[in-house]
Design a protein around this ligand. Structure first.
Ligand code: PEP
Ligand code: MG
Length: 325
């Protein structure tokens, strides 16, 4: 199996009917990024910047962050890297940050909420990202966006830092793309407006599923209680993909479901043309896309989204395995 995946390493994931899906990797540490070529990833679709913060006792200053992000970009060897701004709080408590106890940390003061209340922290991070880019293209995305206004506010902080860089003669990024993570249900109901303002969207299916189903993603008895291949979830994912398509911006999924072959096919059928996953999942996902007819699957998935059953996993599994033979 490993040899089979290795043979596919440099092959793009194109379905038999010609649908091309970019396969990207999720990363958090420099060692992850180093695996990119071996994994056959086309870039980093989600770089979780909080991971290096989790292992540091001191909050890294602009200098330290710049160095780190630059190393990531160098290790990526020109492939695109999407940096997610700090997603602290919730289950990720930084040793260097004062997190007050909360009854419901997943619903609490976290991620962009902290960033907007402590704009100097978010601006420092953006400053470091701009400096690290040193004239290369820069892709930034913000986590836990709940309203379109929050996205706008984050973007203006980046604009301030871009202006500051210009004023100081720091090399401007070759290109700047700012995207939003879609992981809060309220944002899905505003997705058409958001898609007109964002440069790209990326679905955090782990949190989106957790919040939509009110089921703790880490809760032993509830995490797997509701399937991600539930027609309700598929409809939500479909709406996001359609909003991206209507606005002409790319939409990615970077939650765990993107790394499972069956789910990846369904996402491609729903219109997603980029998936970001753990590097070990890329081989299996690529193999399934190479063998699939996505436009045919699209009609079937469209039909399934209208059903009122609680999961369509078995039907999809049967459908796919019948056709793969
Ligand atoms: C997600 O929520 O799906 C996601 C990709 O982000 P994280 O797992 O880091 O919350
Ligand atoms: Mg998340």
């Amino acid at each position: 199996q490993r040899a089979r995946y290795a043979a596919l390493r440099d092959r793009p994931a194109v379905s038999i009917d010609g649908v091309r899906v970019s396969l990207l990797m999720n990363a958090g540490l420099l060692v992850d990024v180093a695996q990119m070529a071996a994994a056959g990833a086309e870039g980093v679709g989600l770089y979780r910047t909080e991971i290096p913060f989790l292992v540091r006792r001191e909050y890294p200053d602009v200098e330290a962050q710049t160095l780190l992000y630059r190393r990531v970009l160098v290790a990526a060897e020109g492939r695109p890297v999407t940096f997610r701004t700090l997603d602290a709080g919730g289950d990720k408590r930084l040793p260097s940050f004062e997190h007050e106890p909360e009854e419901n940390p997943a619903l609490g003061w976290r991620a962009l909420r902290i960033g907007l209340d402590r704009p100097s922290l978010l601006r420092q991070q953006m400053r470091a990202l701009i400096r690290a880019a040193e004239g290369r293209p820069l892709r930034v995305m913000v986590p836990m966006v709940t309203t379109v206004e929050e996205f706008r506010a984050a973007r203006s902080l980046l604009d301030l830092e871009l202006q500051r860089a210009r004023d100081r003669g720091v090399a401007e990024p070759a290109d700047v793309a700012v995207g939003a993570m879609v992981e809060v249900p309220a944002l899905v109901l505003a997705i058409e407006a958001l898609a007109r303002e964002a440069d790209f969207l990326s679905v955090g299916s782990n949190d989106l599923h957790q919040f939509l189903y009110a089921a703790d993603r880490g809760g032993e008895r509830v995490a797997n209680r509701y399937d991600t291949l539930d027609p309700v979830f598929l409809r939500v994912l479909q709406r996001i993909a359609q909003a991206g398509e209507a606005a002409g911006i790319p939409v990615t999924v970077c939650g765990e479901m993107a790394g499972r072959p069956l789910e990846a096919l369904v996402l491609a059928a729903l219109g997603y043309r980029a998936l970001s996953m753990s590097p070990i999942s890329i081989g299996a996902v690529k193999e399934s896309i190479l063998a699939a007819n996505i436009s045919e699957l699209r009609d079937y998935v469209n039909y399934l989204t209208k059903l009122s059953s609680s999961s369509v996993r078995n039907r999809l599994q049967n459908y796919v395995s019948e056709r793969l033979r």
